[in-house]
Design a protein around this ligand. Structure first.
Ligand SMILES: Cc1ncc(COP(=O)(O)O)c(C=O)c1O
Length: 405
């Protein structure tokens, strides 16, 4: 097909040209005397992304799933009990992994479309007088349903229950797009990956571990080898990795972290929230459709899961968009298969790119029989973006002066 593919799944996201260029490098010796410059540049520039002064960022040659496994096997003993709320396919998969690795899992079943049930986390932890629960697991942004949860509130629940459990947070589709605060929220392990807000290809598991988690790892007996934190931390301290790292990915990461720093992390969050609001205007005001997210407090700024009307199969919208318009939309997964399609709006994106996705989704919906008003989603998003700014008024004062000049 002529023209470019429009990639609007919620990861992998578009890799900026600058990052692609940075990755085109000859192979080099990962044990050379100059290699530590690259490794240290990446690891230190990740600290502000996790908002941590005391945590240790770790890079595994994996995807986010590897970091889920690392969190469990490094910090826990096989058979330990963990607590997790399940409200979408990714929280489901993490819970399933816990069982498969031999942990005891207490699941807080939560309707898909809702976020972390903070009161139930609190009640469960408060009732756990003997502290059998060793880790609380939480998916910050449930990519399957487009729902963002309040990590700080879950931290407060753990504190109010005076519970010593570790807190593991999946920030795979939030990190570097939606605010995440490792130190302030007392997160012990943050799990993420390269192919979302970090604007890289898939292939790096990007995680960060607190000192408390590293201390727990010293005596934890679950079996691990490839994903051992202590091997990694020891090697990283000398500027190296315990095994061969993907050097092009590290060059790409260094570049993407530079881009995020240039834009300013808070501006990156603001841009995501502004772009997401435009997509939601298309869904609600234009198409008169509903999101899977059940209430505004859960609306995700990185992905919108859009419910298709009764009698329409969401998979047909996605197939039509892909085959006819070269537009990749996210599928409905497991329980919500066929009921929705997703527009990913994270990473290297602006208004006009998203208007392409909205226009394509609109055409695909019309083609398969969804009764939306032609042009309505595009117009609603345009109106939102024309009337609003990607940076807050205070922050935009300088740029407004720039426009006037
Ligand atoms: C919230 C969330 N957690 C975990 C994963 C799994 O990550 P990966 O596919 O990088 O292994 C994903 C993937 O999309 C995700 O969205």
């Amino acid at each position: 097909m002529a023209g470019r593919n429009f990639l609007f799944v919620p990861g992998p996201t578009n890799v900026p040209d600058r990052v692609l260029r940075a990755m085109v490098v000859p192979m080099e010796d990962h044990r050379s005397p100059i290699f530590p410059e690259l490794a240290r540049a990446c690891l230190s520039a990740l600290k502000p992304i996790f908002k941590t002064a005391t945590g240790s960022p770790i890079l595994f040659p994996s995807s986010g799933t590897g970091c889920w496994e690392a969190a469990l096997t490094n910090c826990l003993n096989t058979g330990d009990k963990v607590l997790i709320a399940r409200y979408g396919q990714f929280s489901h998969l993490w819970a399933d992994m816990c069982t498969r690795l031999g942990f005891e899992v207490e699941i807080l079943e939560t309707p898909w479309g809702e976020g972390a049930p903070v009161e139930r986390y609190l009640a469960t932890l408060a009732a756990d007088k003997t502290h059998r629960i060793k880790a609380v697991l939480l998916c910050q942004n449930e990519t399957a349903t487009g729902v963002t949860s309040d990590v700080a509130a879950v931290r407060q629940a753990i504190d109010s229950a005076k519970h010593p459990a570790l807190l593991f947070v999946d920030s795979v589709s939030a990190l570097a797009s939606i605010d995440f605060r490792m130190d302030e929220w007392g997160v012990d392990v943050c799990v993420s990956g390269s192919q979302k807000g970090l604007m890289l290809p898939a292939g790096l598991g990007v995680t960060c571990v607190s000192q408390k988690a590293l201390d727990a790892a010293k005596s934890a007996t679950a079996r691990r080898c490839y994903f051992d934190y202590s091997d990694m931390v020891k090697s990283n301290a000398t500027g190296y990795f315990p095994y061969t790292p993907s050097i092009p990915m590290l060059y790409g990461l260094r570049e993407s972290l530079a881009m995020l720093a240039e834009e300013g992390l808070e501006n990156v969050f603001q841009r995501h929230s502004y772009l997401a609001a435009g997509v939601r205007a298309a869904v609600h005001e234009g198409w008169k459709l509903k999101l899977c997210a059940a209430a505004p407090k859960w609306y995700s700024d990185t992905v919108s899961a859009i419910m298709v009307p009764e009698g329409i199969n969401g998979a047909e919208v996605i197939a039509r968009a892909f085959r006819r318009y070269n537009l990749a939309l996210g599928a409905g997964l497991s329980k919500v298969a066929g009921k929705l399609f997703r527009i990913g709006h994270l990473g290297d994106l602006n208004e006009l790119m998203l208007l392409g996705a909205i226009a394509g989704a609109e055409m695909a919906m019309l083609d398969v029989g969804v009764k939306v008003e032609p042009g309505s989603g595009v117009a609603a998003a345009q109106n939102y973006w024309r009337k609003n700014s990607p940076v807050s008024e205070v922050k935009s004062a300088g740029s407004k002066a720039g426009i006037a000049a």
